[in-house]
Ligand binder design. Sequence first.
Ligand SMILES: C[S@@+](CC[C@H](N)C(=O)[O-])C[C@H]1O[C@@H](n2cnc3c(N)ncnc32)[C@H](O)[C@@H]1O
Length: 331
Amino acid sequence: MANSILNGAENLNLISGINFHQSCFLKKGLVPYSSRNYKTKSFVPRCSMSSARPASQPRFIQHKKEAFWFYRFLSIVYDHVINPGHWTEDMRDEALEPADLYDRNMRVVDVGGGTGFTTLGIVKHVDAKNVTILDQSPHQLAKAKQKEALKDCKIIEGDAEDLPFPTDYADRYVSAGSIEYWPDPQRGIKEAYRVLRIGGKACVIGPVYPTFWLSQFFADIWMLFPKEEEYIEWFKKAGFKDVKLKRIGPKWYRGVRRHGLIMGCSVTGVKPLSGDSPLQLGPKAEDVQKPVNPFVFFSRFIVGAIAAAYFVLIPIYMWIKDKIVPKGIPI
Ligand SMILES: C[S@@+](CC[C@H](N)C(=O)[O-])C[C@H]1O[C@@H](n2cnc3c(N)ncnc32)[C@H](O)[C@@H]1O
């Protein structure tokens, strides 16, 4: 236990599919110590983990302005193109299960809530009037506003790294598929901690980094694909306790994770004390007011969008493999 606290992952639970990658985890210093059932294994770290990322990863769409313009266009087709391939309703419900939304009166904030796809999963368990959807993209939020089931939600523009909620405000903090665009994910998770009340739970759902070289190449060009241990480290550093990670993925991938996943894990942590996070950070990494060279901005945007297109093709490729390869055989 002492070892696990020192190293940043008190309780890392992984769902089915992990056997494909257990060896990869072991290389990173994570050792299985028990298994509750055939589907679940728990891990504690064997040595300290670093979240340092090589500077060679350009991530052309991991700045707020870039994300803003990316979603200016993507919002038009988001629900029809992104969700069916990467973020299905059954994945969403599985990913929200650790958020423990057991009371309709809970106050929930959905950060980077976009078109409200995840919020639709939240309002199955919590009254919509208690849910706030926050996003930096008015275009994404315009889609959320059109959804009947979300008409009682509060819908506001804002920045995940600087939330407009008081300290100790919410019972649950949910953020799905947004962390990859935050220039400083640690700051966003520190904010999650601050806005939760004591005993409140954060649930961050996000991508995981590929292990296959070509997918790594495009992932590094597009945006941030954190490694599983990075999520754990960010949560622990922000002050969360009982940090857990649940693996998710489209059914037709049959547990394959080598191409990375746009929605690959659901990470939860509990706020143990009221008040702000014990973590001290310097000023924000990105000044959105700072003028940018339009040519550089446009070039980065186009290259990043092309890299993103690769990940539209991956679920189609996996779907075809799933259809062709007999069931029970790894794909
Ligand atoms: C992939 S979408 C996810 C939307 C929604 N949560 C879902 O599950 O479908 C990512 C969202 O994060 C938003 N976003 C990116 N950076 C943000 C930031 N710094 N603050 C708030 N929202 C942000 C984008 O505008 C976009 O709507």
